[in-house]
Ligand binder design. Structure first.
Ligand SMILES: O=C(O)c1cc(C(=O)O)c2c(n1)C(=O)C(=O)c1cc(C(=O)O)[nH]c1-2
Ligand SMILES: [Ca+2]
Length: 576
């Protein structure tokens, strides 16, 4: 009935000039096969494929004609704050999410709204990171992880709720911002809460019924492997949250997830490595069993969440062919690990921004040694680089199998100074950071104390040699997730001038740029409908990109930048 109604609505629109009628009426079920071998025309999951590449093979838009891109249509979401979700496309159906846990289904060709779901949220809920990073598609359903820690399954065609499952305790400020991961009949999610003392986990739910199948915590309890890296009960509120979608290797049935910072930030009360925080973990999707891990920053004191899941890439590194897990760390190093069924073996690490905390990296294990004078905590104010927000925060990297280059959205020349830590005690529903929030937000510093010529960068790396091939630099910050395509292009927003750009993927030259409705930290995607390739991205400035820019405004003696607020989905195609 709902479907008939929406066709009827389209028919009325058609008489007023819009061409779309019921083109979006067939919904093709999203099978495991389709997720494993995604058709180039669709963008079925967070990064386009299970390996996390952020790569579209489509090449109708390419380095020769990208200068002819124009807006096909735009769509105002009616929401403010950070619009980070990728437009996910299956046939004529597009799905976006917005801050405030709204899910909107849109006709991918015309931009007409098909249906909208709004999760009822507790009115008094503190949303520390007001964003949502998108949906998972599986079967005939679409899945949303909400700010109040519920997983919602809806019929993709009608928007009718199939089931809602409680995942975490919203009263304890467990909140979800990630796009779920769908594989093998399961929908997997994790919760944010590294700054509110939530014990991190990945949980899997039956895609059909919503029944919880397993839950694996990211902080090890006494008696478990790694349990001796936490004193007493500290693992119980130890953070290690999961707030970015994992990657998945169907051959081994392992999902790779990045874990967040340990809580609270000062290390004095949690001596030890604090496994498995600030790590990549490999979980068996059937059982949730932890099969392998690599910890990037043991006993992290810097809020260097390593939540971006590693990209799964078969490549040659240092003359040897390996199945690699590649991760550009918040700690400012590019990490290459070798994936085997029971191990994530260290292969190499290279700094991609200035880091003055690590004094060396063990060539066998990859374990960093620290300059402890750069470790904040009890006692005196401490400065360190990169800043709390790292060399790269959450905006995802990309891999292009044609150029064989690995792309990183980075911020260089930014450092931080944290004052003396507080002796914080865990209290349910309160911040559990260890520093007053004002001192966190005011911690940003320029490297060497003066405004640098450039901060944001897009870097292209050759994994075979561990060398940077090109770098495109911006005067201000870069908070732009990357899309790379078969047309030899890299697409990225992320700068405060509201620009969305296309760069030549081989040499980094900017080939096209346009100003959007707001500045954007959206994840761009590409898809094709009726023979036309589109590039889609949400604009809508907010969350930590905005906070970092506000902190820079405080350091600069120039007038603060004014960035218009409000979410708008922007969709581009070549001029006809
Ligand atoms: O520890 C956590 O649970 C957690 C969650 C989130 C989030 O869910 O977005 C962020 C962070 N930490 C964080 O440290 C951070 O820098 C950050 C930036 C953003 C953003 O959306 O721009 N979210 C988050
Ligand atoms: Ca964090």
């Amino acid at each position: 009935m709902k479907h008939l109604l929406s066709c009827f609505a389209f028919a009325i629109v058609a008489t007023t000039g819009a061409t779309q009628n019921c083109a979006a009426s067939d919904y093709k079920a999203v099978t495991d096969d389709r997720l494993k071998n995604p058709e180039p025309a669709n963008w079925l999951q967070y990064r386009g494929n299970y390996a996390g590449w952020g790569y579209s093979p489509l090449a109708q838009i390419n380095e020769k004609n990208v200068g002819n891109l124009e807006l096909a249509w735009a769509f105002a979401t009616g929401q403010v704050e950070g619009h980070q979700a990728p437009p996910i496309v299956n046939g004529g159906y597009m799905f976006i999410t917005t801050p405030g846990s709204q899910l909107i289904a849109i006709d991918a060709k015309t931009g007409l709204e098909l249906w909208r779901y709004k999760k009822d949220l507790p009115a008094d809920m503190m949303q520390l990171h007001p964003t949502n990073r998108g949906v998972a598609l599986y079967g005939d359903k679409v899945y949303l992880a909400t700010m109040d820690s519920h997983l919602v399954a809806l019929d993709a065609k009608s928007g009718k709720v199939a089931w809602i499952q409680k995942v975490g305790d919203a009263k304890a400020l467990s909140y979800m911002t990630l796009a779920p991961l769908a594989a093998n009949g399961k929908i997997m999610v994790g919760s944010s809460g590294g700054e509110t003392g939530v014990r991190g986990f990945v949980a899997a739910f039956d895609a059909q019924s919503g029944k919880e199948l397993w839950r694996t915590f990211t902080t090890a309890a006494p008696g478990e492997k790694g349990g001796d890296t936490w004193p007493g009960d500290t693992h119980k509120n130890g953070g290690g949250s999961i707030w970015i979608t994992g990657t998945y290797d169907p051959a081994s049935n392992l999902a790779y997830w990045g874990t967040g910072n340990p809580a609270p930030w000062p290390t004095e009360g949690r001596k030890g490595d604090n496994l498995y925080t600030s790590s990549t973990i490999a979980l068996d999707v059937s059982t949730g069993a932890l099969k392998a891990y690599h910890q990037y920053t043991p006993n992290d004191a810097w809020d260097w969440d390593e939540v971006s899941a590693p990209l799964l890439i078969d490549t040659e590194v240092k003359g040897k062919k390996i199945s690699a897990a590649v991760h550009a760390g918040r700690n400012g190093y590019l990490w290459i690990l070798e994936r085997t069924p029971n191990k994530l073996g260290f292969v190499g690490a290279w700094p991609f921004v200035h880091n003055n905390v690590f004094t060396s990296i063990d060539p066998k294990t990859g374990r960093p040694s620290y300059d402890y004078s750069k470790r904040p905590g009890m006692g005196k104010p401490v400065g360190f680089c990169p800043s709390l927000w790292g060399g790269k925060d959450w905006p995802p990297e990309a891999w292009n199998p044609k150029t064989q280059l690995f792309y990183i959205p980075a911020n260089n020349n930014l450092c931080a100074e944290l004052g003396e830590a507080e002796d914080v005690k865990y209290k349910k529903g309160e911040l559990f950071i260890g520093y007053p929030i004002e001192s966190v937000l005011g911690s940003l510093r320029y490297k060497d104390g003066k405004k640098p010529g450039t901060i944001g960068e897009i870097q292209a790396w050759d994994l075979k040699t561990g060398k940077q091939v090109w770098t495109h630099k911006y005067p201000g910050i870069n908070w732009g997730p990357l899309l790379t395509t078969g047309g030899n292009l890299v697409f990225a927003a992320g700068t405060t001038d509201r620009k969305f750009r296309a760069l030549n993927a081989t040499n980094g030259k900017v080939l096209w740029e346009t100003a959007m409705a707001s500045a954007s930290t959206g994840v761009p995607t590409s898809f094709e409908v009726d023979g036309t390739q589109y590039i889609a991205v949400q604009s809508g400035w907010g969350v930590d990109a905005e906070r970092v820019q506000n902190a820079l405004n405080g350091l600069n003696d120039t007038a603060p930048l004014k960035i218009p607020q409000g979410g708008t989905l922007m969709v581009y195609r070549l001029k006809k």
